[in-house]
Design a protein around this ligand. Structure first.
Ligand SMILES: Cc1cc2nc3c(=O)[nH]c(=O)nc-3n(C[C@H](O)[C@H](O)[C@H](O)COP(=O)(O)OP(=O)(O)OC[C@H]3O[C@@H](n4cnc5c(N)ncnc54)[C@H](O)[C@@H]3O)c2cc1C
Length: 553
């Protein structure tokens, strides 16, 4: 039998072992998901389940964060951070959301990361916190642990999570779709009710079967989508799964055109894409062309190499295009002592050395790469989406903080702030309405894939994924136009149809789930970019007839 499908939402249910149940199902174990879980777990009555598709629950974009996390530095205050966020966001950041982050963030960082999770941020020889500088910040206010800040954060949070007896952590489990009514209800009268989330269908990657997990509240914390682009700093799991699931369920997605390209990813043929943190420029690193010319002053006389990311990335792109360079260089070797480079950037130094570049002796070849998704599922100040009982936190959400271009090192803090806020609101709601919000099991259709015999062909999955990545890189990349975007949409629509047929007629695998999600979110990004003819922040249309006042190059 073919998989049951209703209202665009696929139903793949397995009742063989009965459904899993929890008060709160959290999909994703990066900083946002784990923070939400830790806060909820403070009430021992709550049953919380956290799932991740990875074998190692620490693997996530969070794990790879390098530069640091924003806090409140010396001579700093929340208003200054708000104005830096809004300036970087190119006029599209929500002042309210930026204020929440700036006012609540530093205290939560201290309480959750330093006190509860025991993370030791770098200090000076006198034991004072060592404040880092990053692009478009008017103050030194970034806390870091060498250049592996994300790894230290997720290790600390995971250690704390594992001590919580009321949290079940399931790894190698890929969420397939949200369970939402009316989509998955047998009751015809459910049509007249608001869309409501009741959990998710979870694919156990080892057992290769779908589990139905019911929950009173569901939190999507699935991170970003960098992997839909050919060049990216993101690890393989960042393929927009949560965004795609939420979209199929009817969630409101906003700002999808605002994909941030990081200016500096390592450009060594054959080496995997690796981020060269903005902190390298924060410590004095300078971008130069192959002939040694420091070009950033031509593009941003005020900020030079520390201009907002969108400006720097386009400047590099422009240099590469007009001079036919395959990359430019980032010089830290002539700006910092070798010992200081190794002490501040041990991970970058070691990774580049493996790729044949000694950053203490020579400039680093760099190119821009897709890095961060500023858009997402629209949520309010508590992380609530327009679907009842569905919360979205972290990079999968759009709180409004980042507007059209994220300020460096604010996303980890956003995951922390909204993780805490979402947990607080869920706890408050459960306390006020103690009756379970679980649906009646009889209302749910059963899952049956007995008629499906084809195994997913890895060559098709890989081939289609590479096609999506190439389309996105060439036509929906740093520089866009109506023609490029229209071509991208045509090709992606064709692929979407092919992949949907593939999905409906083939046994499930994590790769197939990811492919289906990737083409869905690629279309969302391309359509949003096509629709928005105004260049702003990281969305740059070369055929734009409107501009945001001086940020174009
Ligand atoms: C190389 C790099 C460097 C960065 N440096 C910084 C920095 O210095 N400072 C900063 O603030 N930000 C930085 N960022 C951005 C920041 O790391 C992320 O925005 C942030 O960590 C996102 O956290 P998250 O919890 O929302 O998602 P993630 O940390 O990406 O976690 C997503 C989770 O969802 C899971 N998941 C996804 N799909 C599914 C599915 N279908 N089923 C089950 N589980 C699923 C994943 O396995 C993972 O556990 C960097 C990002 C990268 C890639």
């Amino acid at each position: 039998m073919v998989r049951h499908k209703s209202s665009g939402q696929a139903s793949k249910l397995d009742h063989t072992n009965g459904p899993g149940m929890s008060d709160v199902l959290i999909i994703g174990s990066g900083i946002a998901g784990v923070t939400t879980a830790l806060q909820l777990a403070r009430n021992p009555l709550r049953r919380i389940t956290v799932v991740t598709r990875e074998d190692d629950p620490q693997e996530s974009n969070t794990r790879w964060a390098q530069g640091g996390i924003v806090s409140r530095g010396p001579d700093d205050n929340s208003e200054t951070l708000v104005s830096d966020i809004i300036a970087a966001g190119a006029g599209a950041s929500s002042p309210h959301a930026a204020r929440l982050l700036s006012e609540e963030g530093p205290r939560l960082l201290r309480d959750i990361l330093i006190k509860a999770a025991g993370i030791s941020f770098d200090t000076t020889s006198t034991g004072q916190l060592r404040w880092g500088q990053e692009a478009a910040h008017s103050r030194r206010r970034i806390l870091h642990v060498g250049d592996s800040t994300g790894l230290s954060i997720i290790q600390g949070l995971m250690t704390a999570l594992r001590k919580s007896p009321n949290v079940t952590l399931l790894s190698h489990v890929t969420a397939v779709d949200l369970i939402t009514f009316p989509h998955h209800s047998r009751n015809p009268l459910a049509t007249y009710q608001p869309i409501t989330s009741h959990g998710a269908y979870l694919f156990d990657r080892k057992e290769r079967r779908v589990l139905q997990h019911l929950s009173s509240f569901t939190v999507l914390a699935t991170g970003g989508l960098g992997r839909i682009f050919r060049n990216t700093t993101n690890p393989v799991g960042a393929r927009g799964d949560g965004l795609s699931m939420a979209h199929r369920a009817g969630a409101r997605i906003v700002n999808a055109e605002y994909v941030q390209f990081h200016p500096t990813a390592l450009a060594v043929p054959g080496a995997t894409s690796f981020l060269i943190s903005e902190a390298v420029r924060g410590e004095g690193g300078v971008l130069i062309s192959p002939d040694g010319y420091a070009f950033m002053a031509d593009y941003s006389p005020q900020w030079k190499d520390l201009a907002p990311r969108d400006v720097v990335a386009r400047a590099i792109h422009n240099q590469m295009e007009i001079h036919s360079y395959s990359h430019v260089f980032l010089d830290i070797a002539s700006k910092m002592q070798a010992s200081a480079i190794k002490a501040r950037f041990p991970n970058i130094w070691a990774t580049c050395l493996k790729a044949g570049i000694d950053i203490t002796q020579e400039p680093i070849p760099v190119v821009p790469a897709a890095h961060y998704f500023c858009g997402g599922v629209l949520v309010d100040q508590w992380g609530r989406s327009n679907i009842e009982n569905l919360y979205v936190v972290g990079e999968a959400s759009c709180t409004g903080v980042h507007g059209a271009n994220r300020l460096a090192s604010t996303s980890l803090l956003e995951g922390l702030v909204w993780g805490k806020r979402a947990a607080g609101k869920i706890e408050e709601t459960i306390s006020q309405e103690p009756l379970s919000k679980m649906p009646c099991l009889n209302d749910l259709p059963t899952w049956d894939e007995s008629g499906l015999v084809s195994e997913p062909d890895p060559a098709l999955i890989q081939g289609d994924m590479q096609t999506i990545q190439n389309i996105m890189w060439h036509y929906v990349g740093l520089v866009r136009s109506a023609d490029r975007l229209a071509r991208a949409i045509r090709e992606l629509r064709h692929l979407w149809n092919e992949i949907e047929t593939f999905y409906q007629t083939t046994k499930l695998s994590d790769g197939l789930i990811g492919l289906r999600n990737a083409v869905e979110v690629a279309l969302l990004v391309a359509q949003a970019a096509h629709h928005n003819r105004q260049s702003r922040g990281c969305h740059y249309r070369k055929d734009s007839f409107l501009s945001d006042g001086g940020r174009l190059i």
